[in-house]
Design a protein around this ligand. Structure first.
Ligand code: URA
Ligand code: SF4
Length: 490
């Protein structure tokens, strides 16, 4: 038996340096005891000395990418697993593609757990100001896995202009506005307990907490109890629950919400069997839940979820494709160039955007980095279908009478994968649930057209489509979305 000590927990390069000579010497996985730095039983087995002549070693880049993630898993069995797979890969070239192989099943499970943990860190870390200048912040967080290193760059990009530290029990990281500096673990007491940010959080949380729909189980699944401890709002949850009955009575008196039965019936119609148990009582609550969505991989690289916005009972819902670069940064739909064009045309045809619920088929920005720019990429069918979950919840909550699909992706999300603009444009389409769908082009399509003359023609056709929609809305009682004032003019 050989004893091999891996000097760090999750550093790929150090792990690779340990593994390569073992693989080259064809040491069988059963003959190795893996230890981590600091392990008490470091005297078991015989230290491994690499032989002088080493055979060639093959490990694919794909495997190294998986290994880099799985190494962050807290289960020490990861070291056995990763070596076993690396060893098998020497003769079983296709191993990684065999999804039913027990080692690959475990590798996939480890990777998912690490990604999820990392994502949770991005969603649940709460910085607290260290002084009055609001430039220095610290946060306490308890990840389940060794995910601080892989997650810290997200915060560096997001909060580049502040100085901040994230402290966890086993590692800490400090950002000095230039680079990330990693250090030892810390204690919770190292982070100050109170400040103004916290009060703001608490107020926010109290305002979205709707006692009439109080479902502690749903709240804990969206925000596991473990994370409650670090969230300022968690402190007021027991109070809120206690006062729920009183507040509910008050809400019924003031009719602050729609009767639940109807909305529940509507919501149920849109839900797939798997999601039957999920229910949101408000758009704010649904949005909050979407912030930690991992239903498709797009959450991994985007800055934030961009949820739909507009009146909670808007008669008209406009559906775009997905947030673009600006939307991803600002967190609001249609605020970039496509949004500005949409605003102009809406104004021309006298539709008031403030009366419309504006959203997207997919809620996270999909892009490829190109130098400093991020180039938009079309979401695929799987992503559109995964994200329909959120669009369906928006529909169930807002209950629009009419929906507009801007472009093919939105049309396919609302009407099925065969939908095309050419065939469906202009005429209203009645759905089983009583809503009407109009299909038109996406404003980005106009922006991308190289031929100025053609683009101008398309713009006129787009305006005509929107104008017909405004007229249609006027024909439905109480559903007008017309501007109350005169249009801004050219
Ligand atoms: N394009 C879209 O489809 N949606 C946005 O929110 C912005 C650009
Ligand atoms: Fe979830 Fe939609 Fe984001 Fe995919 S794109 S992670 S389904 S919110």
């Amino acid at each position: 038996m050989y004893r091999v000590i891996v000097p760090t927990r999750n550093e790929l390069a150090r792990w690779r340096d340990c593994v390569r000579p073992l693989l080259a010497a064809r040491i069988s996985p059963e003959d190795i005891i893996w230890l981590q730095a600091g392990d008490a039983d470091a005297l078991l087995g015989e230290a491994f000395t690499p032989p002088r002549i080493l055979a060639g070693v093959r490990v694919s880049r794909q495997f190294m990418e998986c290994a880099e993630i799985a190494l962050c898993h807290a289960d020490r069995g990861r070291l056995d697993l990763l070596y076993r797979i690396a060893f098998r890969l020497q003769s079983e070239r296709k191993l990684l593609t065999i999804e039913t192989d027990p080692d690959i099943v475990l590798l996939t499970r480890f990777n998912k757990a690490v990604r999820r943990d990392s994502h949770k860190m991005t969603a649940f870390v709460r910085f607290r100001a260290l002084d009055q200048t609001n430039e220095r912040f610290a946060a306490w967080f308890e990840p389940e896995h060794f995910t601080l290193e892989r997650t810290a760059p997200f915060f560096a990009e997001r909060f580049a202009n502040m100085e901040w530290a994230i402290l966890t029990p086993c590692r800490s990281v400090f950002w000095n506005r230039e680079r990330l500096i990693f250090g030892e673990g810390a204690k919770k007491e190292d982070v100050p307990a109170q400040d103004a940010l916290e009060d703001a959080w608490r107020t926010y949380f109290a305002s979205i907490f709707n006692p009439a729909r109080l479902k502690v189980s749903a709240m804990t699944s969206e925000m596991p109890r473990k994370y409650w401890r670090n969230l300022p709002e968690a402190e007021i949850i027991p109070d809120l629950i206690r006062s729920a009955q009183h507040r509910e009575a008050e809400m019924i008196r003031t009719k602050a919400s729609a009767p639940p039965t109807r909305h529940q019936r509507q919501a149920a119609r849109h839900k797939s069997a798997e999601d039957e148990a999920v229910e949101f009582s408000s758009l704010t609550q649904a949005k909050k839940a979407a912030e930690t969505c991992t239903r498709c991989p797009l959450y991994e690289n985007a800055t934030q979820v961009v949820f739909g916005e507009g009146p909670a009972e808007a008669p008209l819902m406009m559906v775009g494709e997905q947030p673009g670069d600006r939307e991803d940064i600002e967190g609001h739909p249609f605020v970039g160039p496509a949004g500005q064009l949409l605003d102009q045309v809406l104004d021309e045809v006298r539709i008031d955007r403030k009366k419309v619920f504006v959203t997207n088929a997919v809620k996270h920005f999909k892009f490829v980095p190109r130098g400093k720019r991020r180039l938009h990429q079309k979401p695929n069918g799987g992503e559109v279908s995964a994200c329909r979950f959120w669009l369906d919840h928006e529909r169930a909550l807002v209950k629009p009478k009419v929906m507009v699909a801007l472009g093919a992706t939105a049309a396919q999300s609302l009407l099925g994968s065969g939908a095309t603009i050419g065939k469906l444009r202009g005429a209203p389409i009645e759905l089983d649930d009583g809503t009407t769908v109009f299909v038109t082009v996406h404003p980005s399509f106009l922006l991308r057209m190289p031929d100025r003359e053609k683009a101008a023609g398309e713009r006129v056709a787009f305006a005509r489509d929107l104008e017909a929609i405004r007229e249609h809305m006027e024909s439905i009682k109480g559903a007008s979305v017309a501007l109350d004032r005169a249009p801004a003019g050219p």
